[in-house]
Design a protein around this ligand. Structure first.
Ligand code: ZN
Length: 93
């Protein structure tokens, strides 16, 4: 089965983030915060380490209803951080 067009687009974008951007993590309680730089603008991304809520990001894409917080920055952060990786599932369910 092929990934849908949207999924392919998001995964390509996440690959670009991992290759070109910097994600600087700070962890406060159960929240992993990332300063995302290297794109056209800096963004702030927040993920729940305990999977308690969907990610939030200040990028415009993250606000779209169908994205539900799983923007390319959130996907890239989940791919790069072992303790957040399982939450990738959520973006595809
Ligand atoms: Zn984002």
């Amino acid at each position: 089965m092929r990934a849908s067009e949207r999924d392919t687009r998001v995964l390509r974008a996440a690959r670009e983030v991992l290759a070109k951007y910097q994600l600087i993590r700070t962890t406060v309680d159960d929240e992993a915060r990332f300063a995302v730089t290297g794109g056209s603008r800096p963004y702030s991304l927040s993920l729940s380490i305990t999977w308690a809520r969907p990610p939030t990001c200040t990028c415009p894409d993250s606000q779209h209803v169908e994205v539900k917080g799983y923007c390319k920055h959130a996907i890239a952060a989940m791919l790069s951080e072992p303790d957040l990786r399982c939450q990738l599932l959520e973006a595809y369910l």
